[in-house]
Design a protein around this ligand. Structure first.
Ligand code: GSH
Length: 204
């Protein structure tokens, strides 16, 4: 069975969501956030970067949520979380899936971190966030999700940063993204994951 190292209020919810969709159980090992909202040092004993999520499958340790999700989709022979392979949408999806951690997370966190500390978001961070949220809204198109009404890997991947932005009131200028967040929260995998492990974002 897969063991998931799940930090409280973290990207680990993405993995629980996908596992719920796949109908696969896991052994979840929970870690509380420290007072400084960091990972506890126990996680550094699991993986040198000390971050979550990390999974262990029969001794094989895998980090990075995108890699973990690709691994799980391949392991359980799932083709329902990507568009069909022989379509342009497949590669559009791959780009969006990689975009989340490669580009969007850093931009999102530049706005999230000051807001989290009750400070104003600097103008340059707000401008970059606006550019990215407009890009994502264009990718959603008629929605409600990126490729229709069922969450793909890229939707699950986006959910974490979007959850934090929603929680901090940073989606008010982007009603299309706020509607996307509403649609994500209606997905059965999201509901199952957050019911068992708690919310993605620290509640207000
Ligand atoms: N790119 C990594 C990011 C992992 C990451 O930064 N996880 C956060 C939780 S959402 C973490 O462990 N933070 C604790 C810390 O840095 O102390 C992924 O997608 O898995």
């Amino acid at each position: 069975m897969i063991t998931l190292r799940a930090l409280q209020y973290s990207r680990a919810t993405r993995i629980l969501w996908l596992l719920a969709d796949l109908g696969q159980p896991c052994k979840r090992v929970d870690y509380d956030r420290t007072e400084a909202f960091r990972a506890p040092k126990e996680l550094s004993k699991v993986h040198p970067l000390g971050k979550s999520p990390v999974i262990d499958d029969d001794g094989e340790l895998i980090a990075e949520s995108a890699t973990i999700m690709r691994y799980l989709a391949a392991k359980f022979d799932d083709d329902t979380h990507t568009p069909p392979r022989d379509t342009a949408d497949f590669w559009r999806h791959e780009a969006l899936f990689d975009y989340v951690e490669a580009s969007f997370a850093e931009v999102g966190l530049r706005a999230i971190m000051p807001a989290f500390r009750g400070k104003p978001v600097p103008d340059d961070a707000k401008a970059a966030l606006d550019t990215h949220l407009t890009y994502i809204a264009r990718a959603i198109g008629d929605g409600p999700l990126l490729f229709g009404d069922k969450a793909m890997l890229a939707d699950i991947q986006l959910s974490y940063i979007i959850a934090l932005l929603a929680r901090l009131g940073l989606l008010t200028d982007h009603p299309g993204i706020a509607a996307y967040w509403d649609a994500l929260q209606e997905q059965s995998g999201y509901i199952a994951a957050t019911r068992s492990a708690g919310p993605m974002a620290l509640p207000a």
